[in-house]
Write a protein that binds this ligand. Sequence first.
Ligand SMILES: [Cu+2]
Length: 152
Amino acid sequence: MKNILCTLALAATFAAHAQAPAPAPVSVQGAWARALLQGQSSSGGYMTLTAREPLTLTGVTSPAAGIIEIHQMKMEGDVMKMRAVDTLDLPAGKPVELKPGGYHLMLMDLKAAFRAGTQVPLALQFRDAKGQARVLEVAVPVLHAPPVPHRH
Ligand SMILES: [Cu+2]
């Protein structure tokens, strides 16, 4: 519940900005970014996105990372391969999971090492069914492992 409230508060803040796109009708759950280990220079971002109307995730920006790509992990023959995709479709009402081993956000060109206990602000960019830009800002906790699932 806390996550949802934070998201709403951030969305409201963002909506107050005159030039900003309308807030995206999507809820974010269990978001986290992986804390960096020694020698690592990129991080993964994970979350479950549930859109209330059909949306397409078109990109993600953050002051904490110069480059953020949407990646997909997929078995090709015997090999697990990672590739960048341009967009990720979110059907209405169906949770789409970004998780280790599946879709994820790849955060590169980091402005500082991601440390556990800190937060990374992400602006999720969407396109709705009418082709309008929508955005959702979310503060993502940096952790070493996925958060314990919270089920109702
Ligand atoms: Cu990746």
